[in-house]
Design a protein around this ligand. Sequence first.
Ligand code: PEP
Length: 255
Amino acid sequence: MVRKKIVAGNWKMNKSYDEGIALVEQLVDELDMDKVGDTHIIIAPPSVLLQPVTELLMFSPGIAVAAQNCHHEESGAFTGEISAAMIKSVDADAVIVGHSERREYFKEDDALISKKMKAALDKELMVIYCCGESFEERKTANHIAVVEKQLRTALSDFSAKDADNIIVAYEPVWAIGTGEVATVAQAGEMHTHIRTVLSSIFGDAAQNMSILYGGSVKPDNAAELFAHPDIDGGLIGGASLKSADFMSIIYAMPK
Ligand code: PEP
């Protein structure tokens, strides 16, 4: 297995049904597959759009679909939640877990995130596991330790075989939706450390794991970030809502 290059778009709580369909149709029509090359694309729409987007992309094998969250139980009295089984039942491919907005607004911690990952992997979904430090943690030079603790708490129960289905997204909280992007040196230092931690958990399998950077990636800064050997792609929020911007970011991946 080789390490995949991935550009994933997290729409968050944006786009009506019709707007979401229109955005995916535009991407399918306009994406130049020669420029995409071997980059894998993932789209994470809100859950009401999972089924129609999956159906629209049935004949676009290079574009996968992810949910933005899941519950760790398979079913039950959890009003407002969706399970990994439900995500799988609409033929989606993946689920994002541990996004900083879920950590901050819904008080999710790595012990819970680990349960969500187990639920998703049990249903043969890929997992995009997000980690990252706050501004305060970086300012006090605790960023490396904080991210390492997140990774070890969430991932230590998984095997090297599971690692094939886990993508890590490093998203410094201070860079998400703020327009402030980590420098290549800051992101690169963290990605290299993340791979060292992944190697200590998963052994050689860590070499094949994709580590994405997320936090204000835009068409004008993507190429520089993606050129770093340990940055295997991006998790894109705001810029994934406009097809032209999302496509330029996809094309910025080195061939
Ligand atoms: C995100 O939501 O994962 C993200 C990185 O957002 P943005 O690109 O808008 O900073």
